[in-house]
Design a protein. Structure first.
Lengths: 265, 312
């Protein structure tokens, strides 16, 4: 029963992905579907650049900022969970929190005079916005490890570095991946505002739709962004689930374990 | 082989370990027994420097451990704890291989050692090597934990309540197995427990700790016969004392000439087991045979009772 549901989910995801790909590669074939949303004979498909290019550029912007945010946030979380960095925990939290609470639009407004128009300001805004989820999740992951396991790692003669790389990070990984997932999803949606400062991305389609009162543009920009976010989020979730399952952290893995193997002493 | 000299650990205003002096002979099992908060775990953890002493020194084969880099020191000392602390993301084989891999043994040597240990601890290699810890029973996890601690053939093994999480039946088997393995390998074991029965069962010598102080350090029989103070006496339990005492003796030692009716007793069984058998079968005496099955004589309730009395 359960297995069948998982299979249905996978099939659904593949279908959605195929539909997205088909739409991006040959959007004109779908024009008929969107025409009812236009008025006064306006075009149904965005025509100031190909949707595929815009999507790829959107993904690159989000990808680069999230990778940068992950490196900084994970590095910072590792640092403040070591004895030498413990006193910087409060400070790091404050900095990361500011990054999250400062509205991305304000970051754009402030960084355009310095960096000029284009992708730069958007990347900075997404980077700052993406720090918090990754930092907090890494922090929780590293500070809630089973004490017996961490202590044994030292007692076996691992150096601090070996303990971090061989035991702590691998065990915290499902939570870290979850943090990266959150940042990526938030980034995919937030990146659309970058178009207000001329960053290439799917926001361009939505903004064009708003300016020309073309509902078809707004829908296609929004739907592509949304579908990307759902698919990528699913991918990260599956990854985190697989990692957690292998070490027996998920209840599902326990249940599927045949009884006979567990009772023998 | 181990010498603890004026070992003291102070947290805040409390000395959790207070000026402890002990010498532990190589190749023996020494059990530190005490109530929770007696400082017994802290004492153990100062040996491999998981806790740094406030005062005093630990000498291992004459070397002051505070002069060795902690990670190198720890690779040379086995360590097993109550909740086994197995790495949940590593297979059984990888867990057991932890210290040999840290020491940079070559792969074939590591594999051979893992197989050897799994056999020693009665874990079928084909069946368990690639399992993850959560797929094992509590008893199996515990054995993997001890196998891992012994992987690099350390001369010294530290164990902190290693059987605490096991149910009574598995625990008593695990204790006997540990004792047998220790006799075979000659590893020096320093074990911490709150269970006096476990201490008497396993310990060549027993150290009793209370509130950071070493109250008594003596062979098990001496502790039972001549407790140093009221605390040690309490820990033994006055009602249990004669029976604990009987667990130390073998049937062989109480054999007298003559014959008796009924099922024979093995000469290597403990007097405690012998007493149980006699009481339960309602006999005054039973024949005794050696491991080959040859009759040695008989054992009587009277001769057992003599050995349960306080030594004069």
């Amino acid at each position: 029963m359960k297995r069948r549901m998982i299979r249905t989910g996978t099939v659904l995801r593949l279908l959605v992905f195929a539909a997205l790909l088909a739409f991006l590669l040959a959007p004109d074939r779908f024009a008929g579907l969107l025409t009812p949303l236009t008025n006064n004979g306006a075009p149904a498909i965005y025509n100031q650049g190909t949707l595929l290019d815009l999507t790829l550029s959107h993904l690159v912007t989000v990808g680069l900022s999230t990778v940068a945010a992950a490196i900084v946030a994970i590095g910072l979380a590792i640092f403040v969970t070591r004895p030498a960095g413990a006193e910087f925990l409060a400070l790091s939290r404050a900095i990361v929190n500011i990054g999250q609470t400062f509205p991305p639009v304000a970051v754009l407004a402030l960084s355009v005079p310095i960096m000029g128009f284009g992708e730069g300001p958007t990347r900075v805004a997404l980077f700052l916005y993406g720090l918090l989820p990754i930092f907090e999740n890494t922090l929780v992951g590293l500070s809630t490890l089973p004490p017996a396991v961490v202590e044994t790692a030292s007692a076996m003669g691992m150096t601090g570095r070996q303990r971090l790389l061989k035991v702590e990070l691998p065990l915290a990984m499902p939570l870290i991946v979850e943090g990266i997932r959150l940042s990526t999803v938030i980034g995919l949606a937030t990146a659309t505002i970058g178009s207000t400062v001329a960053a290439k991305g799917l926001g361009e389609v939505i903004v064009a739709g708003l300016l020309s009162n073309n509902l078809a543009f707004i829908v296609q920009g929004g739907v592509i962004t949304g579908v990307l976010a759902v698919l990528i989020s699913d991918g990260f979730e599956a990854l985190a689930h697989r990692m957690a399952k292998r070490r027996g952290a998920s209840s599902e893995a326990r249940q599927s374990d045949p009884d006979g193997q567990r009772s023998g002493a | 082989m181990i010498e603890l000299s004026h070992l003291t650990k102070v947290y805040g205003d409390t000395a959790v370990v207070n000026d402890v002096n002990m010498e532990i002979e190589a190749g023996t099992i020494t059990v530190i027994v005490g109530t929770s908060g007696s400082g017994k775990s802290t004492l153990l953890r100062m040996v491999n420097r998981l806790v740094e002493p406030t005062e005093g020194r630990v000498f291992l084969e004459g070397n002051d451990v505070s002069t060795m880099p902690p990670h190198e020191l720890r690779r040379s000392i086995g360590y097993a704890i109550q909740n086994h602390g197995l790495f949940p993301h590593w297979t059984v084989a990888r867990n057991i291989a932890t210290v040999p891999m840290l020491l940079g043994w070559d792969r074939r040597k590591v594999e051979a050692r893992v197989e050897e240990l799994m056999e020693l601890f009665q874990l079928d290699h084909a069946q368990f090597a690639n399992r993850y810890p959560h797929e094992l029973s509590g008893g199996q996890q515990q054995r993997v934990g001890v196998a891992r601690a012994m992987a690099a053939k350390p001369a010294l093994l530290l164990m902190d309540e290693p059987f605490g999480a096991l149910d009574p039946i598995i625990r008593s088997k695990a204790q006997s197995d540990l004792k047998a393995i220790q006799r075979r390998t000659g590893t020096t074991i320093l074990l911490v427990t709150h269970d006096m029965a476990e201490a008497v069962h396993l310990g060549d010598r027993i150290a009793v700790m209370d509130a950071g102080l070493l109250k008594q350090y003596a062979p098990a029989a001496d502790i039972l016969a001549r407790p140093a103070d009221a605390f040690v006496d309490d820990l033994i339990g006055s009602a249990d004392r004669p029976f604990r005492y009987l667990t130390l003796g073998k049937v062989r030692a109480a054999v007298e000439p003559g014959d008796a009716e009924g099922a024979p007793l093995a000469a290597d069984a403990s007097l405690y087991e012998g007493l149980g058998e006699l009481l339960w079968s309602g006999r005054d005496a039973a024949p005794v045979i050696d491991t080959a099955g040859a009759p040695l004589g008989r054992i009587s309730l009277e001769s057992i009772a003599e050995r349960a009395a306080r030594p004069k």
